[in-house]
Design a protein around this ligand. Structure first.
Ligand code: PMT
Length: 410
């Protein structure tokens, strides 16, 4: 999702920095556009540092470089690129220009040029807010479908008390997410996600592992956090940065992954085991580096504990989702794992299929559920596959609630 954040000139301009961070937590890419007077309150550098992008400050780009065609049509490019325009804080002057269709700077021109939804969060002195002209302008914008996040009452920077203080960052972010269709339907869930490979040491320099990159598990953690869940991500070694807003637990071996799960289990309402956990480990890892010799070497391996099966046995009300990475007889093996591991859902991926399984950006999944449900999805980015898995968890949760309500009613 791409959002343009228009910052106009008021004391509350500094709060726009907090809004940038909050929107980024939702995975939204933020392009900041500042009016000239906004730059009197906060420097563009602040927003550039937060977004990692150039801040748009005027119609014709860098004045010293002179006007050029690229900068002259930038408002059209931005207008077409964005999924939403939010103006916060919106001054009485900017609101008036938007209401009357005056396009004398980048922000007001962008407002006219975009067909994306618009959210406006006014902030000003109480008399300016209550003035008939401002109220008329606000109503004109509302009449055009602009979502207005009303200012709050309270002590204002001008020393007066009344309505005019910029609405809280949470309220503005909620309005933006609502218009973008970002739902917080997992607010009541605490989800543990396992990701990446586990490593089993042979000696101090060598180990057994697998090709898991962690992308599937990290996608699940990110998607669940965006949908409002509290997320604990337990991960074996990967090259990925943990998604924002998740509690991150780094582990290496199967034993450590199991211990981390046991530690966090009590507060979990759902567990998703996307990690590619080693099935075997050396019985007696060497404490010193194994020396090269001419003959053959035989490694003695033992099975690792089946973490998923152990958790599912005592799952209570928790919804437990396991994965099945298969290379043949996918449906057969997935259904067998559903039974043997006592999971609520098994996500099967044929890791030999194109664009599926280990280290790909995409996956091809089929969900097998204990209620007999079976749903296959076409190839899609792992983040989208993650959302489909979370949708299934919500369906099972709702079905569980309905069942309990019927049983209570009897
Ligand atoms: O990380 P990526 O590169 O994005 O790749 C994603 C993936 C292919 C790793 C992922 O989609 C996947 O399939 N993960 C499970 C891989 C796996 O170990 O499958 P399995 O069929 O061997 O295990 C079945 C289930 O039991 C899994 O949920 C696994 O986490 C769990 N398990 C396995 C062994 C063990 N000792 N304990 C377990 O809990």
């Amino acid at each position: 999702m791409r959002v343009a954040l228009g910052v106009s000139g008021g004391v509350a301009a500094y709060k726009a920095a907090e809004l940038v961070r909050r929107l980024q937590q939702e995975g939204i890419d933020v392009q900041v556009v500042m009016t000239k007077s906004a730059q009197e309150f906060v420097t563009p550098l602040t927003f550039a540092a937060l977004t990692g992008q150039k801040v748009i400050t005027d119609m014709f780009g860098d004045e010293s470089a002179g006007a050029n065609v690229e900068s002259a049509i930038e408002h059209i490019a931005v207008a077409q690129r964005i999924d939403l325009l939010v103006v916060a804080p919106a001054t009485a002057n900017t609101i008036a220009k938007m209401a009357r269709g005056i396009a004398d700077d980048f922000l007001t021109t962008l407002y006219l040029a975009t067909t994306a939804p618009v959210v406006v969060a006014p902030a000003m002195n109480v008399n300016m807010w209550e003035h008939a002209a401002t109220q008329e302008n606000i109503n004109a914008l509302r009449g055009r479908g602009v979502h207005v996040v009303s200012p709050e009452e309270g002590y204002l920077a001008c020393g007066m008390t009344g309505a005019g203080r910029l609405a809280g960052v949470e309220a503005i972010a909620k309005a933006v997410c609502g218009r973008l269709g970002i739902e917080h339907d997992l607010e009541n869930e605490t989800v543990i996600v396992t990701a990446g490979p586990t490593c089993e040491d042979l000696d101090p320099v060598r180990y057994l592992t697998n090709r898991s990159s962690g992308k599937m598990g990290y996608g699940l953690a990110e998607a669940a956090a965006r949908r409002g869940a509290r997320v604990v991500l337990i991960s074996g070694p990967t090259r990925l940065d943990p998604p924002q807003g998740v509690e991150f637990v780094s582990v290496r071996s199967t034993e450590q992954m199991q211990a981390a799960l046991v530690e966090h289990l009590a507060r979990a309402t759902a567990i998703i085991m996307a990690a590619a956990v080693a099935d075997y480990r050396p019985i007696a890892p060497e404490t010193k580096k194994m020396k090269r010799g001419d003959g053959r070497v035989t490694l003695e391996l033992e099975s690792t504990p089946d973490i998923l099966a152990g958790i599912a046995r005592n799952k209570g009300e928790r919804i437990v989702v396991g994965f099945a990475a298969e290379t043949d007889h996918v449906a057969e093996h997935a259904r067998a794992k559903l039974e043997s591991k006592q999971a609520d859902v098994i996500v099967a991926n044929d890791v030999t299929a194109e664009g599926a399984g280990f280290d790909h950006e995409t996956n091809v999944i089929t969900l097998y559920s204990r209620d007999g449900g079976e749903k296959a999805f076409p190839r899609m980015p792992k983040i989208d596959a993650a959302h489909r898995i979370l949708d299934r968890i919500l369906e099972l949760r709702r079905a569980g609630r309905e069942l309990s309500a019927t049983q209570r009613a009897r």
